[in-house]
Design a protein around this ligand. Sequence first.
Ligand SMILES: NC(=O)c1ccc[n+]([C@@H]2O[C@H](COP(=O)([O-])OP(=O)(O)OC[C@H]3O[C@@H](n4cnc5c(N)ncnc54)[C@H](OP(=O)(O)O)[C@@H]3O)[C@@H](O)[C@H]2O)c1
Length: 110
Amino acid sequence: MKVIVIGASGTVGRAVEAALSPRHEVVAASRRGPVQVDLEDGTSLDALFQTVPDADAVVCCAASGPLVRLETVTDEKFTAGVAAKLLGQARVVDPPPRPRDRPATRALSR
Ligand SMILES: NC(=O)c1ccc[n+]([C@@H]2O[C@H](COP(=O)([O-])OP(=O)(O)OC[C@H]3O[C@@H](n4cnc5c(N)ncnc54)[C@H](OP(=O)(O)O)[C@@H]3O)[C@@H](O)[C@H]2O)c1
């Protein structure tokens, strides 16, 4: 299968790519490439699925947003996390229609 791994350069993403690559074609994506995408930018996700229209699956293991202790989190930091991780991952599972009419399997990181 052709699998897009968003966040492939991260701690989790590197392990996912290592596990998949012996049996699958992995497309490594993140803000700094090799294929570039920003979960916070819907048009960037549109571009990703136009660049790779024939993906069979997408694994999202991208982190984006500040990691802070719950008791010290500010509204600004909490909102940044929601915008990046929650809404960003929601954009991945609700992309625009793709040219290839084929169901894709997607997994989200927790
Ligand atoms: N590590 C753990 O033990 C652990 C445990 C439980 C859950 N998680 C979750 O797993 C996910 C990954 O964690 P991690 O430790 O692997 O993080 P990480 O090492 O910091 O890696 C983050 C990855 O996400 C990419 N990224 C960041 N912001 C992005 C954005 N806006 N759009 C696209 N790509 C973006 C980064 O590449 P670029 O900088 O090039 O964009 C990088 O590839 C997170 O959601 C985290 O909360 C991690």
